[in-house]
Design a protein around this ligand. Structure first.
Ligand code: PMP
Ligand code: GLN
Length: 378
């Protein structure tokens, strides 16, 4: 057939996890924990099934869960989303992102993304006839040049996609970044898609700068988040989208025909589980310990490392180890050294001049120790 996405290959996450399994390699590639989700939460799902929540949920999601999300955002960011009209529960952030783009982007629209960028933004924009306007984040700290963003905005620009904490670099947007973004979005009447799936994984005392924190930004933003990242169950594929009413109406017009609604018993369980804020407020400490443990084990290695400030990913610069491109390097590591990582050129429109691989440290301490032992030998 005439492909709608002729240049798109199978996602790197599918490829590397498959390669890891084939070569019996430690899998630090695709981002998921290798430890179980909380038995208390799992039991709540069992209870919800036993209590009969086994049929369709309401189209926008279980109301109690939407209320808990609304409360959480209000407590953390001082912005009220009406649970009746401004929140929808989705099948992970991936479905929210797809739905946001489907609902807003038409042929000829331009969408600004910051590269390295998570892999699902560009293909989805292209699927709906939009055009990507990429802006390179500036290594080594992956900072944004807002003048460059301003210069890139044209009469066709419809949306800016942001992702803080940032996958794969672990960079965070500062308050100043958010104010600059707010200013440009207002001046140019742009929509913002704020991918906040790592909102609760932030290190060294930094705080999460949600788009919902900034009144004028919140008015034009779709915010999306992922329970899979927060509650260690990426396989449940649960997330949400929050947006002002006029935007959410458009979102739901599409959502109802993409999935109609998502997993009902898990929504019931999440509604109860979210009532205890420790379940998400302790996550940063939990992952900071893992990051610090891994970084400590990597001291003195031949990789150049700038500590991740958020997410459960760490970038490793291998320019002093090999001249290979990142894909060849990552494949060789998987096959010969039995450790799978993510080559980051896939986040960079295929540009292979960045000698960086990404590891996921959402792993048991034993796995991290084994991984560091292998990486130390390179
Ligand atoms: N955005 C980013 C930046 C991600 O890393 C991921 C991976 N989880 C997603 C979105 C998708 O999240 P989900 O698994 O909830 O669909
Ligand atoms: N977000 C995860 C990562 O960056 C992967 C999710 C997926 O496999 N699509 O590794």
């Amino acid at each position: 057939i005439n492909s709608k996405l002729p240049n798109i290959e199978t996602s790197i996450f599918a490829k590397m996890s498959k390669m890891a399994a084939e070569h019996h390699a430690l899998n630090l590639s695709q981002g998921f924990p290798n430890f179980p989700s909380d038995p208390t939460l799992n039991a709540l799902v069992d209870n919800a099934m036993r209590d009969g929540f086994n049929q369709y949920a309401p189209m926008p999601g279980d109301f109690e869960l939407r209320m808990e999300i609304s409360k959480k955002i209000e407590n953390l960011h001082n912005h009220f989303y009406n649970p009746e009209t401004e929140i929808t529960i989705t099948a992970g952030a991936t479905q929210a992102i797809f739905t946001i783009i489907a609902a807003t982007i038409s042929k000829g629209d331009e969408v600004i993304i910051f590269t390295p960028a998570y892999d699902c933004y560009a293909p989805t924009v292209e699927l709906f006839g939009g055009k990507i306007a990429p802006i390179q984040l500036k290594p080594p700290f992956y900072s944004v040049d807002w003048q460059e963003v301003s210069d890139k905005i044209s009469s066709k620009t419809k949306m800016i996609i942001i992702n803080s904490p940032h996958n794969p670099s672990g960079m965070l947007f500062s308050k100043n970044d958010m104010l600059q973004l707010q200013d440009l979005a207002e001046k140019n009447n742009l929509l913002v898609l704020s991918d906040e799936v790592y909102e609760h994984i932030i290190f060294d005392g930094n705080i999460h700068q949600s788009a919902s924190k900034y009144e004028a930004l919140a008015e034009r933003s779709f915010v999306t988040a992922s329970f899979g990242k927060t509650f260690h169950n990426t396989g449940w594929k649960m997330g949400y989208c929050a947006a002002p009413r006029n935007l959410m109406e458009e979102f739901q017009k599409v959502h109802q025909f993409v999935v109609f609604c998502v997993n009902h018993p898990i929504q019931k369980a999440l509604a109860t589980y979210l009532k205890d804020e420790n379940h998400y407020l302790k996550l940063s400490d939990f992952y900071q310990q893992k990051r610090d443990f891994f970084l400590h084990l990597m001291e003195g290695s031949n990789f150049k490392i700038i500590p991740s400030k958020g997410t459960y990913f760490q970038m490793l610069d291998f320019s002093e180890i090999s001249n290979e491109n990142d894909i060849a390097f990552a494949e060789r590591l998987t096959k010969e050294h039995k450790i799978a990582t993510i080559p980051t050129s896939v986040f960079n429109e295929g540009k292979k001049d960045f000698k960086q691989i990404r590891v996921c440290f959402a792993k048991t301490d034993e796995t991290l120790a084994e991984a560091a032992k292998i990486l130390q030998q390179l």
